[in-house]
Design a protein around this ligand. Structure first.
Ligand code: ZN
Length: 428
């Protein structure tokens, strides 16, 4: 399995100059390759593949010898990145996301991420050194013991705010670890419904629920960020294009700092929660409803016109985007589970929140509707309803009938005394 590690580095001014020089060459190659893809598409209606572009590299360098200052495999990494962006763009299109845009050309002020694949860098006694031939300045950085014993496959030099390299510099190491696949189906399952207000609603084969409310560091930060942004925007000069005042720049820096802190807190929480979840469950198989967060955040189109954004709707959009990292949460779950011999399986979650888990009747469930009340007497929290449906769907799709029977039997224990069958009495 491949994991990545991000290490902060502190390049000197001379080193930053070298990075800009490398970035510039990479940027030109990137823009050429992008133009090539776009042109081929317009003229031949054909998409260019990575290998095709890679094969053009040697000839390109022969004609433009100044491009030899960059380590040769770095260009391949750049082309691979472009292919990656295109693949994700096509994925969005396939999912019906109309807002998806193809990759953009990179401007002169943009510091490219510089990838080193397999070779071109060396890690030795707490230092990492990258090869280049721009000038004599060595690209060598102190990384302490953070890479000790790792089988590093790839290293990248990144700036987290690439525009004018305003952010912090990092090295991202991709390393390989051997994980013995010790997975076996132990008859215990856990189904998880992911949501906005409750990040996790899980149910296990025993019919027990596990719920985690989403902590909202973003609420705290959003307010502060909004105030700061409005103060910042009052500092804009009246003339268009006038230089920004020192006060403007100072507040802008604060805004960046706060946004970064917000993002880090959310990420940290996701790391901790996913780890706890995979470690504390008896289940070897964890089932997650495959979600498209993008769709959740899109405004509904009514009669061809976009619905007016009410305050509530805006709040919801912000929370899905702010914590729209639910996809990332699933990735965390997946790799952390694999590390300890468990599997995370994604299944289609279509209609799992609409169908009554007891009688199967479909209900119209707008997101603000927190409880599903069905004619059959089922009265259940919407997320719990979904998690049951996800579990049932997985077990029946895979014909795990023993597990299915056990699960349903366990759920029946929640039957209410007055004859109304409700899977769960706690839901209000
Ligand atoms: Zn029902």
């Amino acid at each position: 399995m491949q994991l990545t590690k991000k290490i902060r580095i502190y390049p000197t001014e001379e080193q930053v100059d070298v990075l800009w020089e490398l970035s510039e060459k990479c940027r030109i190659v990137y823009n050429f390759a992008l133009a090539d893809r776009k042109d081929t598409w317009t003229s031949d209606k054909r998409s260019v593949k990575y290998t095709e572009q890679q094969n053009k590299l040697p000839d390109f360098k022969k004609r433009n010898p100044e491009f030899k200052s960059v380590y040769s495999k770095t260009y391949q990494g750049i082309l691979k990145k472009l292919e990656g962006s295109y693949n994700s763009f096509f994925g969005h299109i396939k999912n019906g996301n109309k807002k998806a845009r193809p990759p953009n050309f990179k401007g002169r002020n943009y510091l490219m991420t510089i990838p080193y694949n397999q070779s071109g860098f060396i890690i030795f006694r707490g230092y990492i050194s990258f090869s280049h031939s721009v000038n004599d300045t060595e690209l060598i950085f102190d990384i302490g013991n953070l890479a000790d014993g790792l089988k590093v496959k790839q290293a990248e030099i990144v700036n987290d705010n690439p525009y004018k390299a305003r952010g912090k510099f990092y090295i991202c190491l991709t390393y390989e670890i051997d994980v013995e696949d010790t997975y076996f189906d132990n008859g215990n399952y856990q189904a998880i419904d992911l949501g906005i207000t409750k990040i996790v609603t899980a149910i296990n084969s025993e019919g027990k629920f596990f719920e985690v409310k989403t902590p909202r560091p973003d609420n705290y930060w959003n307010q502060k960020i909004d105030t700061a942004k409005s103060r910042r925007d009052h500092c804009i000069g009246k003339k268009k294009g006038s230089t920004k005042s020192r006060r403007f720049l100072r507040i802008a820096r604060t805004v960046t700092k706060m946004s970064r802190k917000k993002a880090n807190q959310v990420k940290d929480f996701q790391h901790k929660l996913s780890r706890k979840m995979v470690e504390n469950t008896k289940a070897n198989t964890i089932i997650v409803g495959d979600l498209s967060v993008q769709q959740m955040a899109q405004p509904k189109v009514k009669d061809g016109k976009k619905e007016k954004k009410t305050k509530q709707k805006k709040g919801l959009n912000r929370s899905t985007q702010g914590l729209g990292n639910l996809g990332r949460f699933v990735q965390f779950l997946t790799y952390k589970a694999e590390l300890i011999g468990k599997h995370v399986i994604r299944i289609d979650e279509k209609n799992t929140s609409k169908k009554c888990c007891y009688c199967g009747k479909k209900h119209n469930m707008p997101t603000y509707e927190r409880v599903m009340s069905c004619d059959c007497g089922n009265n259940i929290d919407r997320d719990r309803n979904s998690s049951i449906n996800i579990m049932v769907r997985y077990l029946s799709q895979n014909a795990l009938w023993t597990g299915y029977q056990q699960f349903v039997d366990n759920l029946r224990q929640y039957r209410l005394p007055d004859g109304i069958e409700v899977f769960n009495t706690e839901a209000k």
